[in-house]
Write a protein that binds this ligand. Structure first.
Ligand SMILES: [Zn+2]
Length: 391
């Protein structure tokens, strides 16, 4: 009959400790064998893995500490491993659609509709689609063609986070009351209770959190003091945060965030229509490497994935001057800056057209994409000045 220890899968700290001991013994044996010039008789120890268990986390042999607590790090086995090639970044239009033949091949000999997308500070996505008449002969039209604009405000994408945060703040500011000698557990802060017989009022979670010492201490005494305060309060705080109420809220917040993102993406896809479009995104200041934590990037990446699955082509365009030039004039290759007399709208000094400030960039980006599709050039007013040649 085997002992319980034999049938237990090996994981956790004891397994790691055992592995470290075996590894040290092996290293010693290997070193002494090397010194004596004979082959080592031992095999290196096997790293403990609970691969036969169905548990979600597998320890990964690393320990992290901030001076206060130790964390044993683990792999999340349910997190799918993505190969680097699975990440398909959005590329410049000049790379994706280098010439007329490629454009015709990708869009089945049709001139696609072009949509411009300008990411901004207040507006996560300002989109613009220019509707030319059906028999558009690719010549600039005398009058401005009709436009479709779609603005997705940044606050819309953040609203689930904000409302969840407000709810959490409300809970954290509650100070529950207890009767004398009643046990103090984390549930007190999340449950509604009747406080008629209560005699003692407890501090709220916010109060306790603000009383926690900072993690920077300069003397040993300070460190000891901080550690004592932490040890006295942290178990209770942990208990509060691991109550089912807080965990459920976190889960609900995650779902709401995802739903909001899907709604925004679906709105853009509805605007695109069923036919494959070319969707040009300005290469704004938000393109900071692969910073996927940024909401802009997350939104764009998520959108690109879904749009590509429907046959749309998502590309980047250089957004140089797109927010300062009048799109109506740029369409006729007339250089004209827009004046910005009010906060949210601006007016062209040349043609006198009023335009929403957030849509200027999107319309210019749509224009750039359209011009590229037509003859692989860029509207003159939006052209980057030629670099001085290096001699
Ligand atoms: Zn103008």
């Amino acid at each position: 009959m085997g002992s319980i220890a034999d049938s237990m899968p090996e994981f956790g700290y004891p397994a790691l400790q055992g592995y470290v001991n075996r590894r040290i013994a092996f290293n010693k044996a290997a070193a002494s064998a090397r010194d004596r010039g004979i082959p080592c008789s031992q095999a290196p120890p096997v790293f403990p893995m609970n691969s036969h268990s169905s548990s979600r986390y597998v320890i990964n042999n690393f320990i992290r500490t901030d001076g206060m607590e130790l964390q044993v790090l683990a792999y999340d086995t349910r997190h799918r491993y993505q190969h680097a090639s699975a990440f398909d970044p959005v590329m410049r239009i000049e790379k994706v659609l280098p010439d007329h033949a490629t454009i015709m091949r990708i869009f089945n000999d049709q001139t696609p509709k072009c949509i411009g997308w300008d990411p901004g500070e207040l507006v996560s996505a300002a989109l613009c689609m220019i509707h030319h008449a059906d028999n558009w002969d690719r010549q600039p039209e005398a009058q401005d063609p009709p436009l479709s604009n779609l603005l997705i405000r940044r606050s819309a994408l953040y609203s689930p986070t904000k409302s969840a945060r407000a709810d959490r703040e409300r809970l954290k500011n509650r100070s529950p009351a207890v009767q004398a000698k009643e046990a103090i557990t984390g549930d007190l802060w999340v449950q509604e209770q009747d406080s008629t017989a209560a005699t003692l009022r407890l501090p709220s979670i916010s109060d306790m959190e603000s009383a926690l010492p900072s993690k920077e201490q300069y003397t040993v005494d300070e460190f000891e003091q901080a550690l004592l305060v932490r040890l006295s309060m942290e178990p209770l705080l942990r208990e509060v945060y691991s109550t089912s109420r807080f965990q459920k809220d976190r889960w609900a917040e995650k779902r709401a965030k995802r739903a909001e993102l899907h709604m925004a993406v679906d709105a853009i896809l509805r605007m695109c229509g069923p036919e494959p479009c070319s969707i040009a995104v300005g290469n704004g200041t938000f393109r900071t490497g692969f910073n996927l934590a940024s909401k802009h990037e997350c939104f764009k990446t998520h959108f690109a994935k879904k749009a590509r699955a429907l046959g749309h082509v998502v590309v980047l365009v250089d957004e140089f001057l797109t927010s300062t030039m009048c799109p109506s004039c740029a369409a006729h290759d007339v250089r004209s800056r827009v004046a910005k007399p009010t906060q949210r709208s601006c007016v062209c000094v040349e043609c006198g057209r009023w335009i929403n400030r957030d849509s200027v960039g999107a319309q210019n980006i749509a224009l750039i994409a359209e011009r590229w599709m037509t003859d692989q050039t860029r509207p003159l007013p939006l052209e980057r000045p030629a670099q001085p040649s290096q001699l």
